[in-house]
Design a protein around this ligand. Structure first.
Ligand SMILES: NC(=O)c1ccc[n+]([C@@H]2O[C@H](COP(=O)([O-])OP(=O)(O)OC[C@H]3O[C@@H](n4cnc5c(N)ncnc54)[C@H](OP(=O)(O)O)[C@@H]3O)[C@@H](O)[C@H]2O)c1
Length: 234
């Protein structure tokens, strides 16, 4: 699982499957501030957020999953839309909280199993104030946020998380939630894996409605032809 650094063009190579490789990655992916919002997603070359099985499982590879783990380690919480939990049966991140954004509270198919000795708020379900209470899920804390119309605003959700001391965030999608993060202009760094796959696309992995100017902070490539981009908001 060799990775080569091409931006900056150091040409350094590391084996991401070793502790040294992961430590090297942790330096590259260290959050640049006490408050830091990242988006971390994978896309096919056709812009699809999913592979042939309808999930990102068939786009990703081991190096991508290792980088995902490193990014999670630097975050207080991983934030995802409820449809991602339903589609992918999300697992609890090992070292950070999971925050699920939903209107319905439907977590059907989730595989979220909070550890008995973990913090009380290992899994936070963010629901609009006044939403009907979903059936309780063991270990899931509900956080209400005032909605604007049908939806909760991303900046309001982030402010509520900040009140809980959750300042370093990584949003892992899906496209619908990610687009709201981009539109709210809250993303400090876009971590995007470009998978060398040509699969049919139902729509872009990040459906932005206006251009976002970024500058590359880092690019790694692996031997399978995957690129790992870190783009900072300009
Ligand atoms: N390529 C990647 O990196 C990647 C990453 C993640 C997911 N995916 C794929 O993306 C697909 C899912 O993405 P998606 O765009 O369909 O859905 P999504 O963004 O994961 O979730 C959408 C759902 O989140 C809730 N939601 C989002 N914004 C909200 C807001 N402002 N206020 C209240 N609730 C809000 C709603 O939940 P309720 O319906 O419960 O009300 C909404 O239906 C799956 O196929 C998954 O495999 C790919």
């Amino acid at each position: 699982m060799w990775l080569t650094e091409v931006v900056p063009s150091t040409g350094e190579r590391v084996d991401a499957s070793t502790p040294e490789g992961r430590a090297w990655l942790a330096e590259r992916y260290a959050p640049a501030g006490e408050e830091w919002v990242r988006l971390n997603m994978i896309t096919s070359l056709t812009g699809s957020a999913v592979g042939p099985d309808g999930t990102s499982d068939t786009l990703t590879n081991r190096a991508d999953r290792t980088i995902l783990g490193v990014i999670r380690t630097g975050a207080d919480a991983v934030v995802v839309g409820a449809q991602t939990v339903r589609a992918e049966g999300y697992l609890l991140p090992r070292r950070s909280r999971l925050v699920i954004v939903s209107r319905s509270g439907d977590l059907d198919g989730h595989r979220v199993e909070p550890a008995a000795d973990g913090p009380d708020d290992q899994v936070i379900l963010v629901l609009p104030t006044g939403a009907a209470a979903p059936p309780p899920v063991r270990g899931v804390t509900i956080m209400h946020v005032d909605p604007e119309g049908e939806r909760m605003r991303v900046d309001v959700i982030l402010a509520a998380l900040k009140d809980r001391g959750i300042r370093r965030i990584v949003c892992e999608g899906g496209p619908s939630l990610a687009a709201q993060f981009a539109a709210a202009d809250v993303i400090d760094e876009y971590c995007v894996t470009a998978a060398p796959r040509l699969v049919p696309s139902a729509g872009p992995f990040l459906p932005v409605t206006r251009a976002v100017d970024t500058t590359p902070a880092g690019v790694l490539v692996d031997e399978d032809g995957f690129s790992y981009l870190r783009l900072r908001r300009r």
